[in-house]
Design a protein around this ligand. Structure first.
Ligand code: BJ8
Length: 429
């Protein structure tokens, strides 16, 4: 095992008004967890070094890049949702970055203010800002919020007291009038980004940004397809890590590095190199997003000798399965094409959401999984209730299925381990 360390930048943190002492303890704990979770794996692809370095510089190098962008007057916008039209931010020369919301460490801060019975992601994110322990939160010009679930949309009102929070209305249905509203909201978001950037986004700017984001999604699609190979050339933990880093990294550089990883995985497939064991039981995950550093389920499943081959999640295929049409050049047509792409994201906040049922079944077959673990964060009503229809769809197709409702704490680890091991035994060949 190497001596992995997430690098410390106390002076820069101080300048961002971070609670340095507390944040430094979190940095050390995260580094230890990372080393144990990722660097203990055998025979990892060499190209994962780039992603290890990204984690090592998570609280430093990448933050410096954000601050340099701000110095240049380029907007830096934080988000928790894949409905943010990232292309607009890029087109204005700005940076769109995922905010911290995947850790138990910030939840006690949030629970002093918010109700306890809302999902861990919302509490964790709110706690990171309230406790001043996330450099991303401290660096952004504003936070992008949306009206997806109730917990989020009411939390934005409180978050706005600490950091400017812009809320985009995402409709709950997909009828033509809902899509018309969505398009208007996209136009309003464009105006907001232009105001912060102090520049007007041209059609060429937007076309370039659409190209960049489509290329990023294409390379993630390629990685996902390679994970579907039997035997799998990369662990699910590493696959998830790349999907998590997608929300932090600079998109052109990220696309290049994921491409290099894919080249290596193709070579591995040719040489029949598998990580982990060639006969490992293949599992697909569906459900709520796993924000960095939420590696709980992957740790348990792969710790039991299986391999995760697909995440049907916003930190997963929901982020990259759809592209924006590139055959339009007029601004109005591009905005319509962009809206058209974003409406394809099948978050459980929509009703009806039948397309997600089809998508889960499709991904199960494409990934050659042997069973599905549907994962929902505790108190996430829409995913918890949609679970029933996913289960019904799996029963109809004869797909082995297991549901896990959990949070970020380690309290249920023992019980989950027992349930996961029993499930793997049932579906293993
Ligand atoms: S598009 S899944 S990223 S909203 S888990 S906070 S829904 S109570 S994260 Fe999500 Fe956008 Fe949908 Fe994806 Fe609420 Fe549920 Fe918590 Fe959630």
């Amino acid at each position: 095992m190497s001596n992995f360390e997430i690098k410390a930048y106390p002076e820069m943190w101080q300048s961002l008004d971070i609670d340095v002492e507390r944040f430094d303890k979190m940095r050390i704990m995260l580094g230890e967890l990372y080393e144990k979770t990722f660097l203990s794996q055998e025979n990892r692809p060499a190209a994962m070094v780039y992603f290890d370095n990204m984690v090592a510089e998570l609280h430093g190098g990448r933050i410096k890049e954000l601050l340099a962008a701000k110095e240049d007057g380029r907007p830096v916008i934080g988000t928790f949702c894949v409905y943010i039209p990232e292309e607009m931010v890029l087109a204005a020369g700005g940076i769109c970055v995922g905010l911290c919301g995947g850790s138990q460490g910030s939840i006690p801060d949030a629970e002093k203010i918010l109700p306890r019975n809302i999902c861990s992601m919302v509490k964790s994110a709110f706690g990171f800002k309230d406790g001043r322990i996330c450099p991303y939160f401290q660096a952004v010009d504003f936070v992008y919020g949306e009206t997806t679930c109730d917990a989020k949309k009411k939390t934005w009102e409180l978050l706005d007291q600490m950091v400017p929070t812009y809320v985009m209305e995402i409709p709950q249905c997909k009828k033509p009038r809902d899509i018309a509203l969505w398009l208007e909201e996209v136009k309003d978001f464009k105006a907001k980004v232009e105001e912060v950037a102090g520049k007007t986004i041209s059609a060429d700017d937007l076309a370039g940004a659409i190209q960049i984001m489509n290329n990023k999604r294409r390379v993630l699609q390629r990685l996902n397809a390679l994970r579907h190979h039997k035997p799998c050339p990369i662990s699910g933990k590493d696959g998830l890590l790349v999907e998590q880093i997608a929300f932090f990294d600079e998109p052109v550089r990220f696309t290049e590095k994921v491409g290099e990883l894919c080249d290596e995985l193709e070579e591995r497939i040719q040489k029949n190199v598998a990580v982990p064991a060639k006969n490992a039981t293949r599992v697909m995950i569906a459900g709520t997003p796993m924000a960095l550093p939420n590696w709980k389920i992957h740790n348990l499943v792969e710790g039991a000798g299986a391999v995760i081959v697909n995440e049907e999640s916003c930190v997963g295929t929901r982020y990259f399965k759809d592209l924006i049409a590139e055959n339009v050049s007029d601004m109005d047509d591009m905005l319509a094409a962009l809206t058209d792409r974003y409406k394809e994201i099948d978050c459980s906040c929509f009703t009806p959401n039948d397309e997600r049922l089809d998508q889960v079944i499709r991904e199960f077959h494409e990934s050659k999984a042997q069973g599905i673990i549907n994962y929902s964060l505790q108190f996430c009503h829409t995913y918890n209730i949609e679970e029933i229809r996913i289960r019904q769809a799996c029963e109809k197709e004869g797909i082995p299925y297991m549901f896990i409702e959990s949070d970020y704490s380690s309290e249920d680890m023992g019980q989950l381990q027992t349930r996961i091991e029993a499930f793997l035994e049932q579906i293993g060949e």
